[in-house]
Write a protein that binds this ligand. Structure first.
Ligand SMILES: *[C@@H]1O[C@H](CO)[C@@H](O)[C@H](O)[C@H]1NC(C)=O
Ligand SMILES: *[C@@H]1O[C@H](CO)[C@@H](O)[C@H](O)[C@H]1NC(C)=O
Ligand SMILES: *[C@@H]1O[C@H](CO)[C@@H](O)[C@H](O)[C@H]1NC(C)=O
Length: 342
């Protein structure tokens, strides 16, 4: 969840078991990578399946279990490995709400991800946290909606050229092209008071979706951090251990890397419902949606969005799994390969 404090060497974990064998032909590795059969316990598919069977958000017991699993795989391959724990500032959602009021109707969004026929994760659905942005600002934003494409700096330049004033509006942007934390940051920089980020089928969709295809279903939501810095926001540049010194909330805000306006990630279906209420000028061709989408307009409004998010910050223990494989050439030099398993 945090970008860098929370990494592991999972990529190694999945390929390590062959290292001590005679070098097998390349096609062997290839087979393990693409195998969708779980019968070989050392296949990528099998490890991935095991690690993704349950949700395991950073700081949870399930995530500690995932770390222990990765450690056990390394250890069983005779790779010197260990866990290092850190006590980091994480955020979890307490409440969220989103309504959209137009002259015709008020839409109250449920903000929840549906379970689909054949969904292999249905039985653990209640372990999934409500959709949220980690490190999102708590607060309420009420204003007309402006559609801002991917929320890049150049997208706001385009809006300005179109005569759209983003100040005091709630921005609707779509995922893709830039980091979600920058989407929130850029919106704040032009005076927006809240941000909704949806997954557009144009960028992340096809005819079918999970569990029949790789794409997220219409109610699926991409979550993740909106923190723009590295690691734990309360310990920039030093390790988050035990009773270490930490920045206060005010100092964190002044650092400029945490968002200063609230944001919510939303699904394609919810984004589509909002788009349909936005009036104003027709957006450029490259701002439009995919096949079967309505015409995207930029707003502002006329519908008024009310976005509300409240999160809580906790100091929670997370683990890094560290495995060291000594190289044959220049063994005193380190090349680090990291992966995030939250
Ligand atoms: C593969 O993993 C399963 C489940 O952990 C275990 O029951 C089985 O014995 C393993 N098979 C081999 C060949 O190690
Ligand atoms: C944009 O709108 C705000 C009020 O929401 C107003 O204060 C500001 O002057 C407007 N800017 C321009 C360039 O019209
Ligand atoms: C916006 O939503 C929040 C949370 O549901 C609510 O407390 C607030 O009164 C709403 N604001 C407006 C202007 O409707």
């Amino acid at each position: 969840m945090t970008k860098l404090t929370f990494f592991t060497f999972i990529v190694l974990a999945t390929s390590i078991s062959f290292i001590f064998l005679e070098t097998p032909p390349k096609s062997f590795y290839h087979t393990l990578f693409i195998s969708d059969s779980f019968s070989d316990n050392s296949s990528i598919a099998n490890h991935l399946y095991t690690l993704t069977k349950r949700p395991h958000v950073a700081g949870s017991q399930a995530n500690a279990d995932a770390a222990a699993y990765v450690l056990s795989i390394f250890t069983s391959c005779n790779i010197p490995s260990h866990l290092t724990s850190y006590d980091v500032a994480l955020t979890y959602p307490v409440s969220r709400s989103l309504t959209l009021k137009s002259s015709e109707k008020t839409i109250k969004f449920g903000l929840f991800q549906e379970i689909y026929d054949g969904d292999p994760y249905a039985e653990v659905a209640n372990e999934v946290l409500p959709t949220f942005h980690a490190y999102a600002r708590s607060g309420t934003a009420t204003g007309p909606v402006v559609y801002a494409n991917y929320g890049r700096v150049e997208d706001y330049a385009t809006l300005r050229e179109m005569g759209v004033n983003v100040s005091n509006t709630v921005v609707l942007a779509r995922y893709g092209k830039i980091y979600r934390g920058d989407i929130v940051h850029n919106a704040h920089a032009v005076g927006a008071i809240g941000v909704l980020i949806f997954t557009d089928k144009k960028d992340y969709g096809g005819e079918k979706w999970f569990p029949d295809d790789k794409w997220m279903p219409p109610s699926g939501v991409q979550v993740g951090s909106v923190y723009d810095g590295i690691g734990d926001p309360t310990t920039p540049g030093w390790p988050s251990t035990g009773e270490c010194e930490r920045l206060s909330d005010e100092e964190v805000d002044e650092g400029g890397n945490v968002p200063l306006i609230p944001s919510l990630p939303i699904s394609w279906a919810d984004g589509d419902a909002i788009i349909r209420t936005i009036g104003g000028k027709v957006a450029n061709v490259d701002w439009q949606g995919g096949k079967d989408s309505p015409i995207y307009r930029v707003g502002p409004g006329p519908a008024i969005a009310n976005l509300s998010y409240e999160g809580q910050q906790v100091i929670s223990t997370i683990q890094n799994v560290i495995a060291v494989i000594e190289g044959e050439e220049e063994p005193d030099r380190y090349a680090s390969l990291t992966f995030n398993f939250s």
